[in-house]
Ligand binder design. Structure first.
Ligand code: COA
Ligand code: NAP
Length: 280
C-alpha cells in the first residue's frame, strides 16, 4: 500500500499482543505502510521492546499495558486511543495464550485463562473499538485464529474451542457491522516459530520435525508471511472482502485427513479398524 500523502492524517492500527512474534511482524508491515500504531499486552517488557522496533520504522507508537481479559482495562485502552490519536482504522486481535494439555487434565482455571484471552479478549476489544472504527469508515478488524477452529485440536482443547468462537465472531460481526463500513476477517497461520510458541508449543526438535512433516510445503511459516496476509486484508485491495478466514499455512489444514499415496506414513499409522474383539 502506498504511504498516505504528506497532508493526509495518518491511519491508526491497534495490535493486541503487538510486542512479540506475529503481532510485532504485523506492526512492522503496517508501520512501513504509514500507519501509527497502538500495541497492548500485559508485559511492559514485551511492549517496550516492540515499541522500540516499530518506532525505528518511523511509526508513532502508543503502548498500553492491558490484560484483554479485563473489560475495564480494555475500555480504558480505547479511551487512551481516542485521547492520543482521536481515530482508529484497524484492529488486529492477535493476543493469545496456549499450552498443550490433555482435556481430562485441564483445570477450570486453565480453560478460563485461554478462553478469556482468546475469545473474551477478542470480543471485548472489538466491542470497545466499535465507535472509533465506525467513525473511521472503511475500517477493518482482523482476528488471528488457527485451523483447529474448524478441525480438531487434540492437546489444545481450550485454544481450539476459543478460536472456533473467534471464527464465529468474525462472521457475525462481519454481517452486523458491514453497514457501518467495518470489514471483519481472520487469518489462520500454520506453524510459525516465535518466542512464545517455542516456549509453549514446539518444545522439542522431534516435535518440530513431526509438525514440518505434516505441512505439504514441508516447513514452518514465518511471522512475516502471516503479517503479509493481514496487510492485504486491511488494505485497499481487500475492500470487498469480509467475514472470511484466510489460511497462511503451507497447505497444512488441507493435508489433514487427506490420504497421501506418495508419502506413506505422513499421517501416522493409526488404523481406522475397530479394535478386534474375541468371540463371546
Ligand atoms: N499445563 C496445564 N495447566 C496449565 C499450564 C500447563 N502447561 N499452564 C498453565 N496452566 C493452568 C494453571 O495451572 C492455572 O490453573 P490452576 O489455577 O487450576 O492451577 C491456569 O492454567 C492459569 O495459569 P496462570 O499461569 O495463572 O495463567 P496466566 O493468566 O498467568 O497465563 C497462560 C496465561 C496460562 C495462557 C500462559 O501460558 C500465557 O501467559 N501465555 C501467553 C503466551 C503464549 O501462550 N503464547 C503462545 C500463543 S499461541
Ligand atoms: P506470542 O508471541 O506468544 O504472542 C502472544 C501475545 O499475546 C504476546 O504478545 C502476549 O503478550 C499477548 N498476550 C497473552 N496474554 C494476554 C492477555 N491476557 N492480554 C493481552 N495480551 C496478552 O505468540 P505468536 O506465535 O506470535 O501468536 C500470535 C497469534 O498467532 C496468536 O493469536 C496465536 O494463537 C496465533 N497463531 C500462532 C501460531 C504459531 O505457530 N505461532 C499458529 C496459529 C495461530 P504479553 O505476554 O505481554 O501479555
Amino acid at each position: 500500500m502506498p504511504s498516505a500523502s504528506r497532508d493526509a492524517p495518518r491511519k491508526v492500527a491497534m495490535i493486541t499482543g503487538g510486542g512479540t512474534g506475529i503481532g510485532r511482524a504485523i506492526g512492522e508491515l503496517l508501520a512501513e505502510d504509514g500507519y501509527d500504531l497502538v500495541i497492548a499486552s500485559r508485559s511492559p517488557q514485551h511492549l517496550a521492546e516492540g515499541a522500540e522496533t516499530l518506532r525505528e520504522l518511523g511509526a508513532r507508537v502508543l503502548s498500553v499495558p492491558t490484560d484483554v481479559r479485563d473489560p475495564g482495562q480494555v475500555d480504558r485502552l480505547f479511551e487512551r486511543v481516542r485521547e492520543e490519536y482521536g481515530r482508529l482504522d484497524v484492529l488486529v486481535n492477535n493476543a493469545a495464550g496456549n499450552f498443550p494439555v490433555r482435556a481430562e487434565d485441564l483445570s477450570p482455571n486453565g480453560w478460563r485463562a485461554v478462553l478469556g484471552i482468546v475469545l473474551d479478549g477478542t470480543f471485548f476489544c472489538s466491542r470497545a473499538a466499535f465507535p472509533l472504527l465506525r467513525e473511521a469508515r472503511g475500517s477493518s478488524i482482523v482476528n488471528i485464529v488457527a485451523a483447529y477452529a474448524w478441525l480438531a485440536g487434540p492437546g489444545t482443547v481450550h485454544s481450539a474451542a476459543a478460536k472456533a468462537g473467534v471464527v464465529s465472531l468474525t462472521r457475525t460481526l462481519a454481517v452486523e457491522w458491514a453497514r457501518h463500513g467495518i470489514r471483519v476477517n481472520a487469518v489462520s497461520p500454520g506453524p510459525v516459530r516465535t518466542e512464545g510458541t517455542d516456549r509453549q508449543l514446539w518444545t522439542s526438535e522431534e516435535l518440530v520435525k513431526r509438525i514440518e512433516h505434516g505441512v505439504p510445503m514441508a516447513r514452518f511459516g514465518t511471522a512475516e508471511e502471516v503479517a503479509q496476509a493481514v496487510r492485504f486484508l486491511v488494505g485497499p485491495h481487500a475492500s470487498y472482502i469480509t467475514g472470511q478466514v484466510l489460511p497462511v499455512d503451507g497447505g497444512q489444514w488441507l493435508g489433514r485427513g487427506v490420504m497421501d499415496f506418495f508419502d506413506e506414513g505422513a499421517h501416522g499409522n493409526a488404523s481406522s479398524a475397530p479394535p478386534s474383539r474375541s468371540p463371546d
